[in-house]
Design a protein around this ligand. Structure first.
Ligand code: 5GP
Ligand code: ZN
Length: 114
């Protein structure tokens, strides 16, 4: 998608601090980190929201969590704990319409989320 910010990061026209990549997903540091570790994990395919996932996307979703499991080891938060968050739609505060999983860690978090 030509007007999509995260597709721009995937094709390299928009710079990002990329921390993981494979054939299915890309992960990069959030530009406004909300925790000491704040990484966005996205599919390379343009999918707007979790509501747009199809049954055939199961492998893709698995790849996202596989990337998260690798990243928490690399960033040293596997034992201390972390959170994986997907905002979907206006009430949840989704601002970029390309599916992204927030991986947050490195500090104590509150519950319920705000
Ligand atoms: P949302 O609010 O849609 O759940 O999350 C979008 C996230 O993308 C936000 O946490 C925001 O800081 C991040 N973000 C927005 N623009 C950019 C950018 O150009 N580069 C990076 N690395 N992150 C961005
Ligand atoms: Zn996109």
């Amino acid at each position: 998608m030509s007007d999509c910010l995260f597709c721009g990061i995937i094709d390299g026209t928009i710079k990002a601090d990329i921390v993981y990549r494979d054939e299915t997903v890309l992960a990069f540091k959030d530009i406004v980190p909300r925790a000491p570790v704040h990484i966005l994990i996205i599919p390379r395919a343009h999918i707007a929201t979790i509501s747009d996932l199809a049954p055939a996307d199961g492998t893709l979703v698995g790849a996202i969590f596989f990337a998260a499991a690798k990243l928490v080891e690399e960033f040293g938060i596997a034992e201390s704990g972390y959170r994986v968050v997907v905002n979907c739609g206006p009430d949840a505060g989704q601002t970029v319409l390309h599916l992204h999983y927030h991986l947050l860690g490195g500090r104590q978090m509150g519950w319920p989320p705000g």
